[in-house]
Write a protein that binds this ligand. Structure first.
Ligand code: UDX
Length: 432
């Protein structure tokens, strides 16, 4: 059993802390947001993540997981300190590291024994050295420490599963002993553990996310070409995926990627390249294609509707992906804003994201379920592939609409079946 502290109780920090406590460690999770910590003490989660509330409750009850706002309390017995604070997009796409700085300074001010400080947040290449400098300059008197990069590869909606079943753990440090000690924490996960240097570990995170985003923009470009040539991109992706070098994952064409990671990380990597005199042409193309996909969906809507003024457009799914309430960079916001600006009534339904969506889209009319959503609507746009949308009563949907137009931004449905139901239907890259 080890004493672990996690700084930052958000998507990454809370899952990391809860999972490490579930592995038998003693975890103190700190956040400077009092309300968030008070809510956690009452079992109220700050995020929507399947299975998280039960995992937290079980480990709090067992005394392995506690929450605090006090750095003194969080650091006094710590051996490992994970920094898992937000690194939002800053100017020109550069990652904003103010919260990382605050965390590093706060730890440095109270630490009175050797620590291993671990960057869990996604940070630009070179941040590990920067954190070490901050700690060294801030300490009232020198105390031994080491910095290790341990990037996260968690997907929202499956974060606990991804933590407990990682494809690999990547550790980077100039202090191999420290890296080996962090590796020990991860042995129960029984996955490959790779130890490298700080900068390489930080780059592995960015390169991994940028590659996944590239796959998505690649299949979206293929989808757009399929539309011109009459091929079905779902079948193309299936045929491609049998090649073991390609695989079937992350080849789903649609309205494009969103979320708090891909958009931010691709931009940050491109920014890092540019400030060092490189020309990240592919990364820019990935971002351009992704931005175009939102417009592509709107162009399809325009094809089917003669003008938007006074129309009611239903958005089926609002979160940036299924199994989350997260609306960050969600395609629904770009599309909803456009529709609102062009005089349409925008109505939305999402199983988890309604509260967040109403904050992000003040004009949004809400619905309690997909059938209420489409009542009297002139079109429905599918934007999030929730499982509960996969077997809707399409005759009921069609009969409830004023005009049965569907733009399926996630290729959730079969074009032939939808046309048989009487819809004017468009998917993405389905050969139409
Ligand atoms: C991603 C990475 O997968 C994860 O490893 C990293 O740690 C954080 O960023 P996340 O953003 O939570 O995770 O979700 P993910 O499932 O990767 O989806 C990202 C976006 O891509 C979503 O908007 C999703 O709808 C979209 N997507 C995904 C596609 O459009 N097509 C696909 O084939 C896969």
């Amino acid at each position: 059993m080890k004493n672990i502290t996690v700084i930052g109780v958000g998507y990454v920090g809370l899952v990391t802390g809860a999972c490490f406590s579930d592995l038998g460690n003693r975890v103190i999770a700190l956040d400077i947001n009092e309300e968030r910590i008070q809510n956690l003490a009452k079992g109220i989660m700050p995020i929507y993540e399947p299975g998280l509330a039960e995992l937290v409750e079980r480990n709090v009850r067992a005394g392995r997981l506690v929450f605090t706002t006090s750095y003194d309390e969080a650091i006094k017995d710590a051996e490992f300190v994970f920094i898992a604070v937000g690194t939002p997009e800053g100017v020109d796409g550069e990652a904003d590291l103010q919260y990382v700085r605050m965390a590093a300074e706060s730890v440095a001010n109270v630490m009175d024994h050797p620590l291993i400080i671990i960057n869990k947040s996604t940070v630009p290449v070179g941040t590990g050295d920067w954190v070490a400098d901050i700690v060294r300059e801030t300490q009232p008197s020198p105390v031994e420490f080491a910095v290790v990069s341990c990037p996260e590869f968690l997907r929202e909606g499956s974060a606990i599963r991804d933590f407990m079943n990682p494809d690999r753990t990547v550790l980077g440090s100039e202090d191999t002993t420290a890296a080996e000690r962090v590796a020990q924490l991860h042995l129960p996960l029984r996955a490959p553990i790779m130890v490298t240097d700080l900068r390489t570990a930080e780059m592995i995170k960015y390169a991994s996310n940028a590659f996944l985003a590239t796959r998505i923009s690649f299949i979206n470009e293929i989808a757009n070409i399929c539309e011109a040539l009459g091929a079905d991109v779902k079948e193309v992706a299936r045929g491609m995926g049998y090649d073991k070098r390609i695989g079937h994952h992350f080849l789903e064409a649609g309205v494009g990627y969103g979320g708090s990671c891909f958009p931010k990380d691709v931009k940050a990597l491109a920014h890092m390249a540019q400030v060092h005199g490189k020309h990240p042409q592919l990364l820019h193309a990935v971002m351009d294609i992704n931005a175009y996909q939102r417009r592509h969906v709107l162009l399809k809507l325009h094809e089917h509707l003669d003008g938007l003024e006074g129309r009611t457009i239903a958005l089926l799914g609002l979160a940036f992906k299924q199994d989350t309430d997260d609306m960050r960079e969600a395609p629904s916001i770009t599309i909803g804003d456009y529709l609102d600006e062009h005089g349409a009534t925008v109505r939305g339904y999402d199983p988890a994201a309604m509260e967040w969506a109403k904050r992000a889209m003040p004009y949004l009319e809400t619905a309690a379920d997909p059938y209420e959503l489409v009542k009297g609507a002139d079109a429905v746009i599918v934007l999030t592939p929730w499982n509960e949308f996969k077997n809707l009563d399409m005759d009921r949907i069609k009969n409830a609409m004023r005009v049965p137009v569907m733009v399926d931004g996630r290729n959730l449905y079969d074009p032939a079946q939808m046309k048989a139901h009487g819809f004017t239907y468009s998917g993405i890259g389905r050969g139409d």
